[in-house]
Design a protein around this ligand. Structure first.
Ligand SMILES: Cc1ncc(COP(=O)(O)O)c(C=O)c1O
Length: 295
């Protein structure tokens, strides 16, 4: 690649992450492929990168799965798919010029279940000082957003033994560095309402759909750190994202205080919603929302 490539100077890059699962019948199914394709196109638009066509992405993903079919593990493993798009136009004077040339690549890797052998409750550092990204770019899966959040995550890990940072700018609960955040209690789910400040997770949307279908009260609204800390004294908290699916939070670290979430273990509502979603992803129950694309 040319050392003047736009991405190397001005971070014109975005990506996607999603999974293909092998069902009990051997069929490989991609989970919510259309949503991930559309989100990559939105990210490209937001970063003024050339926008790849839906059809082109669809074909690239299918061709890659076809060539790596034998590497798709059985459940609970999966094939992780990672399309990436970055500006290759050589223009070191192009800080204010969108790249007119870009490279689109799709890579894949077999992955295993994070929580095989028992889910470990997460330790989460509540950061009400910093924001993860610029407020208008949170919903964009831009590489630079991740670079911006790594520093805070490293500090929280070193100082508090935290697994992740929950960003809560101005005290308003947003999301972690790589997953959305939900509160659960008595058939009630609370999560931040969609806005430009955080990534609109496909897992979040899927969980909300299942919870509504199960008759849960699903509330999407803003809430602050004080409300969250009061909630977790009797309720549950979890992270929602492609990698972890739904991962229970055991401890929230706020300032110098540690707040135990429920009894500190992964709660029953988290486990129940997680297994309902995983059963659909892995093709063990009917795909009642039409989320699987057989490839
Ligand atoms: C910052 C951030 N938020 C939320 C998510 C969850 O999104 P999804 O459920 O689409 O994987 C991810 C990653 O996957 C992420 O990187």
């Amino acid at each position: 690649m040319h050392p003047g490539a736009h991405v190397l100077h001005y971070a014109s890059s975005c990506f996607e992450g999603f999974k293909a699962y092998r069902g009990p019948d051997g069929q490989v199914n991609v989970f919510r492929m259309d949503r991930h394709i559309e989100r990559l196109r939105q990210s490209a638009r937001a970063l003024a990168l050339p926008v790849p066509g839906t059809e082109q992405l669809d074909q690239m993903i299918r061709a890659l799965i076809d060539r790596t079919r034998r590497s798709v593990p059985d459940a609970p493993g999966a094939l992780y798919l990672r399309p990436l798009l970055f500006g290759t136009m050589a223009a070191i004077g192009g800080a204010a010029t969108p790249p007119t040339e870009a490279l689109l690549i799709v890579i894949a890797s077999p992955v295993w279940d994070y929580f095989e052998g028992g889910a470990k409750p997460l330790r989460i550092f509540v950061d009400d000082q910093h924001q993860r990204t610029a407020p208008h770019l949170g919903e964009v899966k831009a590489g630079a957003n991740y670079a911006a959040a790594i520093g805070q995550t490293v500090i929280a890990r070193q100082q508090h033994g935290a697994d992740q940072v929950l960003f809560c700018p101005q005290g308003q609960v947003q999301e972690t560095g790589a997953a959305n955040f939900v509160l659960l209690r008595d058939r009630h789910l609370l999560t931040r309402s969609l806005d430009s400040t955080f990534l609109h997770g496909v897992t979040r949307d899927s969980l909300l759909t299942i919870a509504r279908d199960e008759g849960y009260r699903v509330e999407e609204r803003n809430f602050d750190v004080a409300e969250m800390l009061a909630w977790v004294s009797t309720g549950e908290a979890a992270l929602a994202g492609t990698a972890a699916v739904l991962a229970g939070v055991g401890t929230l670290i706020h300032g110098e205080e540690e707040h135990r979430v429920g009894d500190g273990a992964v709660g029953p509502i988290t486990q129940n919603l997680r297994s309902q979603l995983v059963d659909i992803q892995q093709g063990r129950v009917e795909d009642r929302f039409g989320w699987l694309t057989p490839v």
